[in-house]
Structure formats: C-alpha cells, structure tokens
Design a protein around this ligand. Structure first.
Ligand code: DGP
Length: 114
C-alpha cells in the first residue's frame, strides 16, 4: 500500500475538500490554488507519474479526463474555458508522485504556457 499524500486523501486519512469520488477516482480542491478554481483529479490506484501508466490503465486514464470535464462543468468553469495539466517528473514541476490531473479555471491562461 502506498503512503503518498494523495493516496491518504483518497482513503480519507487526510482531510481535503472533495468534490467527486467513486471507487476509482477522487477529485478535490488544490491546497495552493493557482486560479480561482483549481481542482485535482486522481486515481485511487497509486500510479506515480503519467510515464508509469501502462496499457492496463487506458480505461482509468480516460475516466480521469471524463471526471475532469464533469467537475469543471459542476464548478461552472466549463463554458468560459479551463486548463487541464498533468505535470510529469521534475522538469515539468511535478512535486507529488501520485498521478494527478490539474483542472484550472476562473481566469484566462496564456499559451504557450512558458
Ligand atoms: P504537481 O506540481 O503537479 O505535483 O502538483 C501538486 C499539487 O498538489 C500542488 O498544486 C499542491 C497540491 N497539494 C500538495 N499537497 C496537498 C495536500 O495535502 N492537499 C491538497 N488539497 N493539495 C495538495
């Protein structure tokens, strides 16, 4: 069993502002929001990075995206537009080694991201 902080949040061992949960996926508010709405969507399965995901995770990865779209709609940011981000490994800024998808909205975002 993994001891990373997001696995503990998924198990309810650490408090978080949870906006969605089912038997495979949990979504909650980021503790250090970078936008008026900043949600994290995680699998309960402790996959450390996107690079560590395999073909056996294909359905789960698709579900993460569908849950991201659902929580974005439910948060009222979908029509205006939102940014989804997966940081993979250190150079991309990943700090928590449990796969997570950021959903950011409520303000404009630049492209390219810099
Ligand atoms: P990343 O840089 O992609 O690994 O993003 C990790 C995010 O996780 C970062 O935006 C802050 C957030 N975070 C870290 N620890 C906690 C926590 O204990 N609770 C919550 N809700 N978010 C956390």
């Amino acid at each position: 069993m993994s001891d990373n902080i997001f696995t503990k949040i998924a198990r309810g061992e650490i408090p978080a502002d949870i906006v969605y949960k089912d038997d495979e996926v949990v979504a909650f508010r980021d503790i250090n929001p970078q936008a008026p709405t900043h949600l994290l969507v995680i699998p309960r399965k402790p996959i450390p990075t996107l690079d560590a995901a395999g073909p056996e995770d294909a359905t789960l990865l698709g579900k993460l995206l569908l849950v991201a779209a659902q929580v974005a709609r439910e948060s009222g940011i979908a029509e205006q537009g939102y940014r989804t981000v997966i940081n993979c490994n250190a150079a991309a800024g990943q700090t928590v080694y449990h796969l997570h998808l950021h959903v950011l909205g409520g303000r404009p975002f630049n492209w390219p991201p810099g």
